[in-house]
Write a protein that binds this ligand. Sequence first.
Ligand SMILES: [Zn+2]
Length: 138
Amino acid sequence: MAENTELRKAGLKVTLPRLKILQLLESAGQRHMSAEDVYKALMEAEEDVGLATVYRVLTQFESAGLVVRHNFDGGHAVFELADGGHHDHMVCVDTGEVIEFMDAEIERRQKEIVKQHGFELVEHNLVLYVRKSRKKDA
Ligand SMILES: [Zn+2]
């Protein structure tokens, strides 16, 4: 199974909870999941993995570089597979929905601004807190 290889490559022993959680993250329609989301999805799939185990495994995945943790304001930490390229996030303040975006112009401007201050960009994490606009054209 591909997940077995992925776990070993990340330096983790293959255990059932690790396998189940990795499979879930790879198959879930939702790319950004909190530990509670993962726990609930496993329960719905009738997988017997406790919440404490979910937390522990996600933290291990984070240390191993398999997932990225985001601590967005006003919500639980969410995890996403570290498989995509760079992107930024919007978080809906009403629903907690997480939207990914990438804008070449923003990326370019950030580098420019950093350079103007005499630095080079090492990393960035841009989060926009948003609310669904009521007007169609807003
Ligand atoms: Zn993301």
